[in-house]
Design a protein around this ligand. Structure first.
Ligand code: CO
Length: 138
């Protein structure tokens, strides 16, 4: 079942500039960056009030975030909302049963040693929704 709002992800064309904004201008604690090879995405996390802002940027200029930025004329934007679950396989099965479609057949590795899967935005009023499970959360 879903237990937390894990993070809100923002796609950014200039990671360094965006990190500076959140850290220096907004004064939010910067936890660090992590490259997620499986998702061809570079990430930066800002924990705040029990959840996190995740900045995402293409890793080596390719992958889903590169496509997103291309479509948006290289402007950034709100990319996805991630809910944390303690049983990702069970929730995927339950949601498939209800007719939800996913962007992949099975969860794949995400940041922070997690497993992640995305629900198709057409099933969620146009919002890309990620389900993630952190190791040790089950
Ligand atoms: Co995410």
């Amino acid at each position: 079942m879903i237990t937390h709002l894990d993070h809100i992800a923002i796609a950014v064309p200039d990671m360094e500039k965006a990190i500076k904004r959140f850290m220096e201008d907004f004064g939010i604690t910067f936890e660090g960056t992590e490259d997620v090879e499986a998702a061809k995405t570079s990430t930066a996390f800002f924990p705040i009030d029990g959840t996190q802002i995740e900045l995402i940027h293409p890793l080596n200029g390719e992958g889903p975030v590169a496509k997103y930025l291309e479509k948006n004329n290289n402007r950034g934007g709100m990319h996805h909302v991630a809910f944390r679950t303690d049983d990702i396989e069970g929730d995927v099965a339950m949601l498939k049963e209800k007719g939800y479609q996913f962007l992949s057949d099975a969860p794949s590795p995400g940041a922070h040693n997690s497993q992640v899967i995305f629900i198709h935005p057409k099933c969620c009023d146009g919002v890309l929704v990620e389900l993630c499970q952190h190791s040790g959360d089950h």
